[in-house]
Design a binder for this molecule. Structure first.
Ligand code: NAD
Ligand code: IPM
Ligand code: MN
Length: 353
């Protein structure tokens, strides 16, 4: 019996609730396929920050480094400024472990509906390939002349040739396993230095993939297109910020944030990859026990797939589909009255068969 060592960081708000449900489902799936998950819990969170003054211990990254994967709930909660909590936990993990791909697949699951009238599940299948280690998320810059009338802030985005090229290549390789189409999110009409550079590298990489249909689209027009003509999109590659925004939009058009999983991948496998939902800690519904656990459960399926447990991953996906298709147990975002636990239990039961 092979076991995997998983670092579990439930974090804040609904992260804690949805992680608990996902663990039930994942444990049931691997058990049915002759394997096991050995969970180690870390209480790193805004609550820990309030107690100790830090989101994670000084050697936090070192503590995570020996695990096969990291399973994260959500980070950030009112009371701690977001830039403090996120730069104290989520972003350092992504960077320390070179998780430069943020893979965010979306699809319209059975029994759920889209806000886009008349669209079929086939037309709404997409994956956002988000650059996850550099770009607009940079610490370079600062605030100047605080309190003076001319006060201003400067932020420098950093795009390296290596960083841009590797994410774009990843998108093209992924397209070969899907519909063979890649769309690059750009803004080279307004962002004068970094986006023309991004486009140039995109064109160079595209030349190596003559079998893949590639195009670029300005981020503003692409946002509109995701709503008006989502059927023409499949793999969408974007910078850190563009990919972040597009992934919530893609989730919104395919049933909502409660359904969208995400993998922070270190493609060479030198370091652990991290799996989480696209959504955050949802303070507006935290503590009510009504969050939809599906996004976190599907993130768990992505983790199993990443670990090579393909059959267990497929069993999790199938169980989610079965329960959603039945439509009997549904959380309020899906139009039902079920609790997080009731939906988690139903999916775990479906996994057990
Ligand atoms: P959010 O994703 O937490 O919530 C946005 C909206 O979607 C809310 O109305 C919420 O109730 C709803 N929602 C989200 N997940 C849901 C689910 N599973 N079921 C039902 N409804 C759901 O975004 P936000 O409000 O901008 O952020 C809240 C906090 O989370 C902030 O501190 C933010 O920085 C943080 N955040 C963390 C992550 C992460 O850890 N990866 C991601 C996004 C936001
Ligand atoms: C996400 C989140 C994070 C991001 C925030 C909370 C820093 O929105 O994972 O999508 O922008 O990467
Ligand atoms: Mn986001």
């Amino acid at each position: 019996m092979s076991g995997y060592r998983i670092a579990c960081v439930p974090g804040d708000g609904i992260g804690v609730d949805v992680v608990a449900e996902a663990r039930k489902v994942l444990d049931a799936a691997v058990a049915a396929h002759g394997s096991s998950l050995e969970w180690t819990d870390f209480d790193w969170s805004c609550e820990r920050y309030a107690r100790t003054g830090t989101m994670m211990p000084e050697d936090g990254i070192e503590q995570l480094s020996g695990f096969d994967a990291i399973f994260l709930g959500a980070v950030g909660f009112p009371g701690v400024p977001d830039h403090v909590s996120l730069w104290g936990l989520l972003i350092p993990v992504r960077r320390a472990f070179a998780q430069y791909v943020n893979l965010r697949p979306v699809r319209l699951l059975p029994g759920t509906s889209t806000v886009l009238a008349g669209r079929t599940a086939e037309e709404l299948e997409m994956v956002i390939v988000r650059e996850n280690s550099e770009g607009e998320y940079s610490t370079i810059g600062g605030r100047h002349d605080r309190g003076r009338p001319g006060e201003f802030a400067v932020q420098e985005a950093v795009f390296t040739r290596a960083g841009v090229e590797r994410i774009i290549r990843y998108a093209f390789d992924l397209a070969r396993t899907r519909t063979g189409r890649v769309c690059s999110a750009t803004k080279s009409n307004g962002i004068i230095h970094t986006m023309p550079f991004w486009d140039e590298i995109f064109a160079e990489v595209a030349a190596d993939y003559p079998d893949i249909a590639s195009e670029q689209c300005h981020i503003d027009a692409l946002a509109a297109r995701m709503v008006e003509r989502p059927d023409r999109l499949d793999v969408v590659v974007g910078s850190n910020l563009f990919g972040d925004i597009l992934s919530d939009l893609a989730a919104a058009v395919t049933g909502g944030l409660g359904m969208a999983p995400s993998g922070n991948i270190n493609p060479p496998g030198e370091y652990p990859s991290m799996f989480e939902a696209v959504h955050g800690s949802a303070p507006d519904i935290a503590g009510q026990g009504i969050a939809n656990p599906v996004a976190q459960i599907l993130a768990g399926a992505m983790m199993l797939e990443h670990l090579g447990e393909t059959a267990a991953a497929a069993a999790v996906d199938a169980a989610v589909e079965t329960v959603l298709a039945e439509g009997v147990v549904a959380t309020p975002d899906l139009g039902g009255k079920a609790t997080t636990t009731e939906l988690g239990d139903a999916i775990a039961a479906a996994v057990r068969g």
